[in-house]
Design a protein around this ligand. Sequence first.
Ligand code: PLP
Length: 457
Amino acid sequence: MVNYIPEPFRIKMVERIRILPRSEREEKIKQAAYNLFNLKSEDIYIDLLTDSGTNAMSDLQWSAMMRGDESYAGSRSYLRLLETGRDIFNYHYLQPVHQGRAAEKTLFPLLLKKGKYAISNTFFDTTRAHVELTGARALDAVVAEAKNPSLRAPFKGNMDLKKLQDLINVYGNKVGLIVMTITNNSAGGQPVSMENLREVSKIAKKHQIPFCLDAARFTENAYFIKMREENYQEISLKEIVREMFGYADMFTMSAKKDAILNIGGLIGIKDNEELYQKVCTQTISYEGFISYGGLAGRDLEAMATGLYEGLDENYLHYRIGQIEYLAGKLDEAGIIYQTPAGGHGLFIDAKAMFPHIPYYCFPAQALAVELYKEAGIRTCDIGSFMLGCDPDSGRQLESEFEFTRLAIPRRVYTQSHLDYVAEALINIKKRSHEIKGFKIIWEPSVLRHFQAKLEPL
Ligand SMILES: *Cc1c(COP(=O)(O)O)cnc(C)c1O
């Protein structure tokens, strides 16, 4: 039994949600062609599709927004964001952008081009896309234990150092960038240890390869280091963050995650003025003038406040505790997920729940559809349905995992919502042998999971 850690906040404003009767849910999901991205949010009771931009801002963030300086150049809000970023990350140069992928689009073409390679613990999908849009190739080198969902290890997000070194030996000076994703989203929100960051930094320096953090969930990662890594229990989260960022040369960040916002992104450059000047030029072309980067002054205020709130230890204790609480309920019921619980959600092993559904009938999508029909809960497939087909042969690829992801928005749902989610999963498990897979009846040529139409088998 894992105790629920009470919310370190009280609720001042509420947003109504409602659950449709089962017959209507069945009709809605059928009309949506069994793709949860096609559902209207008002037809959903509990929305665990993503933790990106779905966060609840605080009274301090909303009031900071009222102080937003909307001047085109030199705004007070921009200066406040720079001061905050320098204080937290100890980086000299910061550039706001409208979201994470805008940071990637702005920075990566300055470092990569055709013939180059970038290596990551695991690339997030937009990050991989922006590496490949420069003409370069993206390679993953996550530790082997990440691939075994029932294995409990403290830092399943780590880079496999031997594999990294081997790739550098093979590709030599064609390796243009090393990216460490913290936490490792695609491996289930699993953290990266300080030791691993330190070792990767040494390898990057030795070979003079720029080292970039993909830092969307940097506060959750820092919290895991504090809880799990030797010698960090007495160190403040801010000092941990400064050490983490100290090992890298630059970062890209989606501020829609740990900065607890609805929109925003950030680029950081530690001390390379020449690179920063190029980032400014790119920003002006793609995002807007450097003092707002595609955001309103009020968004910069919300970000400056949110960066500190995301780093608050009481908040992180509650946030990670909330996910561990849900995981504890699933343990009691024998439901398998990527263990230990990740920082931003639980990744349920649908292959284990539906051993009779083969990968090409999409077990994780079947569980996502079933959760909606059972309880009005929206989740998504992180498995073969998302992976798609081999571009050459057109054959369905088999994903390493068949995960149904329950992403938990920050400060949005309470203990009773999570109890309800656990109960729905337990009910589905009891009749798991009855549940059937899906086939695709239409799909677009890229990123098909957002748009594909399905039919039950
Ligand atoms: C969300 C995310 C991104 C992309 O950010 P957006 O704000 O969605 O554009 C990049 N990397 C990681 C690890 C993410 O989680």
